[in-house]
Design a protein around this ligand. Structure first.
Ligand code: PEP
Ligand code: MN
Length: 336
């Protein structure tokens, strides 16, 4: 990583980038509040620091010790703010995302979207492509589902986030949605991560169900290293021996991420617990522990939902939850 002097000019930065690229490496300029840093990737071994330190405007060249580079606080000390539609994620303001697990029909999605909007939710979620454990389960409406989501955005003004499960669906999701979700099951689908890194839309990256923090951040690094710096992490629970919930929501990862990465992190208490009645408590805990927001599954008729009904809360419970989260936000110095 090259740290530029505070008084370095745009020409100095361009000169350093040219010197990096002349060596066949990639340069990633990261403007900060105090000074610009330039990350270097593509080198297979350590680089000689002196050649870069000799360039005009350079303060120092540092070897980044972590395996994740561009997503680390070492390279970028200031927190990143990622924007989905017109909603900023990662600042003082918390974000609340809500919506059904799957887009099932126009009526279902519009009904839930109206509930999210009137409750004060900021972004609508809903899967058009569903990665289901069983091939016999509802697989999603595909492009038809994306059209329904676009209509819901049109009516409510809520930006939409929806999952891409492979290369083909990623092309479609990039076209229709405001953010691309990469699900837990695809967290280490490296070709999909690289493709997401070329996308022009922000990426919501969910933690794999057995991923360590380092693996999680390395997956984010895949996306960022391809040039897409708009990555939001999402903790959604990991597999443990606990048998009273679908997954174990690892809230400890939130302050851990905050310490070593500048990326925003959300919490998904729906998949994290698998149980509707546990969702409000874990949502409040997520905000208390420093998450930048929550993503919640909501369904107006969860007992008839085609996927994840048992963990989906009703729109009125979602509205009540937003009120409760506002109070927790206030207590921890955040705004909702
Ligand atoms: C989802 O958001 O509906 C989903 C499938 O999530 P995850 O990838 O975390 O299981
Ligand atoms: Mn789901």
């Amino acid at each position: 990583m090259i740290v530029m002097r505070q008084d370095a000019t745009a020409e100095h930065v361009a000169g350093v980038i040219a010197a990096i690229e002349a060596r066949g490496l990639s340069a990633h300029a990261i403007p900060g509040a105090q000074r610009t840093a330039i990350g270097i990737t593509g080198n297979e071994g350590p680089l000689e620091t002196a050649v870069f330190e000799a360039l005009p405007g350079v303060l120092e060249a540092i070897r980044v010790s972590h395996p994740y580079k561009l997503v680390s606080r070492e390279v970028k000390p200031d927190e990143s703010i990622v924007t989905i539609g017109d909603v900023a994620i990662g600042g003082r303001k918390l974000v609340v995302i809500g919506g059904p697990c799957a887009v099932e029909s126009r009526e279902q999605t519009l009904t839930v979207a109206r509930g999210i909007k009137s409750a004060g939710g900021h972004i609508l979620r809903g899967g058009a492509f569903k990665p289901r454990t069983s091939p016999y389960s509802f697989q999603g409406l595909g492009e038809e589902g994306l059209k329904i989501l676009a209509e819901a955005r049109e009516e409510t003004g809520l930006p939409i986030v929806t999952e891409a499960v492979d290369m083909e669906s990623l092309d479609l999701v990039e076209r229709y949605a405001d953010a691309i979700q990469i699900g837990a099951r695809n967290m280490q689908n490296f070709s999909l991560l690289k493709r997401a890194g070329k996308a022009k839309k922000p990426v919501l990256l969910k933690r794999g169900m057995s991923a360590t923090l380092e693996e999680f951040l390395m997956s984010a690094e895949y996306i960022v290293s391809q040039g897409n710096y708009q990555v939001i992490l999402c903790e959604r629970g990991v597999r443990t021996f606990s048998d009273y919930s679908r997954n174990t929501l690892d809230l400890t990862v939130v302050p851990a991420v905050k310490q070593i990465s500048h990326l925003p992190i959300l919490v998904d208490p729906s998949h994290g617990t698998g149980k509707r009645d546990k969702v409000p408590a874990l949502s409040r805990a997520a905000v208390a522990v420093g998450a930048d927001g929550v993503i919640i599954e909501v369904h107006h008729d969860p007992d008839r939902a085609l996927s994840d009904g048992p963990q989906s809360i009703r729109p009125d419970a979602f509205a009540q939850l937003v009120v409760e989260l506002r109070r927790v936000a206030d207590a921890v110095g955040r705004i909702l």
